[in-house]
Design a protein around this ligand. Sequence first.
Ligand SMILES: [Zn+2]
Length: 319
Amino acid sequence: MTANDHISCKQYAGGVSVIDAGFGRDHMTACYMMEAGKEVAFIEVGTNSSTARLMKVLELRGWQPEDVRYVIVTHVHLDHAGGAGSLMQLLPNATLLVHPYGARHMIDPAKLEAGSRAVYGDKMYERIYGKLIPVPEQRVRVMEDGDELSLANRQLRFMDTPGHARHHFCVHDSLSNGWFAGDTFGLSYREFDTDKGAFVLPTTTPIQFDPVALKASVRKLVADAPDCMYLTHYGRVDDVQRLAKKMIEGVDMLAGFAQRYQHDDQRRQKIEAAINAWLAEGLKEHGVSLAKETCLQLLQPDVALNTQGLEFWLDHGKR
Ligand SMILES: [Zn+2]
């Protein structure tokens, strides 16, 4: 994207572009645009403030709003789906594709908004997300595990992938043999790329983290030898078998930290400190040359959210 330097957009081979949603910091949260024949799909839409960026990229790539056939959200957490209502209003021919457990939250987002306010607090919620806009029920289509559809020359296949959230599916693209993995395949920021490749860590956001289910979902994703994963946080990664192993180890580590400090008076601080120490060690071993403090600063929002999710799991989850 050279025509507009305020929007970061990069094209991968095979008609898939990654667009920075502008959520959090730069290159933290991605939306994807898929172009095929005469049709377009968006996968992940970011928040309300990402909508204008997606419409701008659509225009710069020479498409009309009418050309967008699908808007797909991997799950209904707001950094992925918060802008769905506002985007759908601008795309007259689009259908919103969503997990069976997520659909009602897109049609009536009141509960979703309340849940998110509880995690972030009202002040922060309003600053980062804003009012959620309902999507008319007739424009929402539920995609069950194993469902498929085509977008011109590509076949999209949907798979139920609980573990990060029960309302999470992943989408396989036949043309690039890659999965749009949402948060199921973890977080991998490009700042941590080295000659060893990408660095990945799981995300255990409240309130439905389930380590057993998450590991099973990761194994299912790599079972058919995909070539790549399109992560929402952030971008495409290859070398998926190595990363899957790291993901599974990471889920066990995080759950282990939570259990170790379950009955500690300073549970939150100790879990956070354990995660930070583990990440610092892992990043060093991976050959990341950024200073430890810089790395941990980049990861701070994720570590805080992971800790909250682990605590919720200790108090309410399946173990
Ligand atoms: Zn996310």
